[in-house]
Design a protein around this ligand. Sequence first.
Ligand code: SF4
Length: 229
Amino acid sequence: MEVVSWSIGRLGGCAKLPGVSGPRAVDFRPTSEDIAALPVDPLRLLVSACIAGVACANDGDSRTQPGTLVELLSLATVEVTRYCPEHEAFGSPRELCDIVGGDGFDVLDGLARVLTASGVDWTAGLVDSAARMVELARRSRVDVAILMDTSAACGSQVIYDGDRSLGRRVPGQGVCAAALARAGVWIISHRDFRSLEVLRSRVDPSHEPDPDALDYPETEWYRRLFPSR
Ligand code: SF4
């Protein structure tokens, strides 16, 4: 795969060339102020397809759950681009896969691999699919990506360390989240409920954000799992 040069910057609305090489310390989570500055005419979202109504998960089903995200995606001023990198590369249904030996940045840098539950190496296919996802984000001029967490492809805050059947969850990014982050795309996890509430109220001023909604790292579950973060 061709690796192109790039620089950190927001992708939305500009013609920045996305690539897959670069640093791992990329600030990709928008603050409330960043969200308040996003365009709304329309707001362009890139969304993990499985949480946006597409039956593309490993079991051939979707992972869509009613709530703020579904309501946000249904608004007239929101332009939604759906993409499932694993489906594009491997079809559905398919095996589960996880990153072995690092995180998504390490995979992009050739330091870690993506293996299926039965040990098949999916690294090259997923890296290719990540590059296509970045290109799609550029062409669609997306403002924010909303990604399904814990996936080896789409996870933006938590992934599995090796085979998920071992149950070792770690803070980190999947392959596509890492590629998007390096290309300068803002990323929100589907479990960042406070950010989703703020995003929805940005597009729909009549929506009152739920004051009790928490972002993923603020939840009791996350803090219990990663007490030092
Ligand atoms: S998390 Fe990403 S790769 Fe997995 S099913 Fe959803 S869209 Fe596809």
